[in-house]
Design a protein around this ligand. Structure first.
Ligand code: ZN
Ligand code: ZN
Ligand code: ZN
Length: 386
């Protein structure tokens, strides 16, 4: 694991998702969405929502930095005076957003209050620090305060063309890692040793950060979020390898393949064949117009028919973008209808305690008809010769 994804003052790249035109369009959509939701302002502090809206990967610190999106007026950045250079060096400079600064001895909440003088309904980003949210509320007590919730999530889940390209590049990078995993899986090595090598490969493949490395051999495969352990890999072990990182663009990869060190048991092979059918069925089903829960059902029905319904203990997938887990969630009960641009994982698995587990995971993006797959490594069980 390396640095935080939030790096202050990173340089804009014209071909990246923090391109000025792209960001300007996002800000306009956010303003329209806030207006439609009856909000007079959105207040967004450092985090993925801020990065999404203005490209500024500011560190979340105790001094207030906030983007104000105000329907009917231009957006505005409020930053500590000492961080003005960092803000200007970020895409905020290229966007030529108005920046208002506050001095060390000033109360920044007063600056926010003065910037939204007539606001009666204000939303804060879902992950604003509670102390910031309460201080803002105290500074503007006449306003109704709500969380931004779906207003920003609804924008983030519909990926633009440039975001889809970023997710495809992330997918290609993690595919390049999976292409080398079989060569690392040798009997006698520990999961931890293999995981360390994979982390190096994630960085070498173009990611700027390793987000997670799961190497789950034998019975450890029955724990979906196992990371690595000192368990020694043995001949006959199935090994679940689920890996992901963040690219310099800010967009994430996440892909799982299941390997086997030599021939696995016949029981495992039978179950794996059903899993591959389940994953393919969900990918084939996903398209604009179908619900999230129907994609889950497409995978789950196949596993249930194979007697593995109880062993599929998690939802089929999650949205992905600037974060590894975001909306939309591919889960029973989510009646949201898929639209072009929505990006999410399709990752059914089975988990049999004390025995083994397996998972196959691709990131897909809804296209006009069906989905585009960001991960294209073979999905059959990868048997490592020993
Ligand atoms: Zn997960
Ligand atoms: Zn994963
Ligand atoms: Zn995933």
């Amino acid at each position: 694991m390396s640095n935080s994804p939030l790096v202050a003052g990173s340089q804009p790249d014209p071909s990246s998702p923090s391109d000025v035109d792209e960001l300007r369009a996002r800000l306009a959509r956010a303003s329209a969405a806030a207006d439609a939701a009856g909000l007079d302002a959105l207040v967004v502090t450092p985090g993925h929502d801020l990065t999404y809206l203005c490209g500024y990967r500011a560190l979340p610190l105790e001094r207030l930095t906030a983007l104000l999106v105000r329907p009917g007026s231009d957006p505005l950045m409020i930053v500590p005076e000492l961080e003005r250079p960092a803000a200007e060096a970020s895409p905020v400079g290229g966007l030529r957003l108005e920046i208002r600064t506050w001095q060390e001895t000033e109360d920044p909440c007063r600056l926010v209050a003065a910037s939204v003088p007539t606001a009666s309904r204000i939303a804060v980003d879902d992950r604003m620090w509670a102390r910031t949210a309460f201080a803002l509320r105290d500074a503007i007590p006449q306003a109704e305060w709500v969380t931004a919730g779906d207003v920003i999530a609804d924008l983030r889940m519909r990926k633009t063309a440039v975001e889809v390209l970023a997710l495809q590049a992330a997918g290609a990078a993690i595919d390049a890692v999976h292409a080398q995993v079989a060569g690392l899986l040798r009997p006698g090595r520990t999961e931890r040793e293999v995981g360390g090598d994979i982390a190096d490969l994630i960085l070498a493949s173009g990611h700027s950060q390793v987000d997670f490395v799961i190497v789950a051999g034998g019975e450890n495969g029955a724990s979906p979020h196992h990371e690595v352990s000192d368990r020694v890999l043995q001949v006959g072990d199935p090994v679940v390898v689920d890996i992901g990182g963040t690219m310099p663009s800010g967009y994430c990869s996440d892909s799982t393949r299941t390997y086997s060190i030599g021939e696995p048991s016949p029981a495992f092979l039978t179950a794996y064949a059903a899993l591959q059918d389940a994953q393919a069925a969900a990918v084939a089903h996903a398209r604009p117009g179908v619900t999230c829960e129907s994609v889950d059902a497409a995978a789950r029905n196949v596993l249930t028919e194979a007697g593995l319904g109880e062993a599929f203990v998690h939802r089929t997938g999650h949205g992905i973008g600037l974060e590894t887990h975001e909306e939309p969630y591919i889960v029973s009960g989510n009646t949201r209808v898929l639209e072009p641009g929505m990006a999410f994982s399709i990752e059914p698995g089975f988990y049999l305690q004390g025995q083994f587990g397996a998972r196959i995971e691709d990131i897909v993006v809804c296209a006009e008809d069906g989905v585009v797959n960001c991960n294209n490594r073979p999905r059959g069980l990868a048997i490592v010769e020993v």
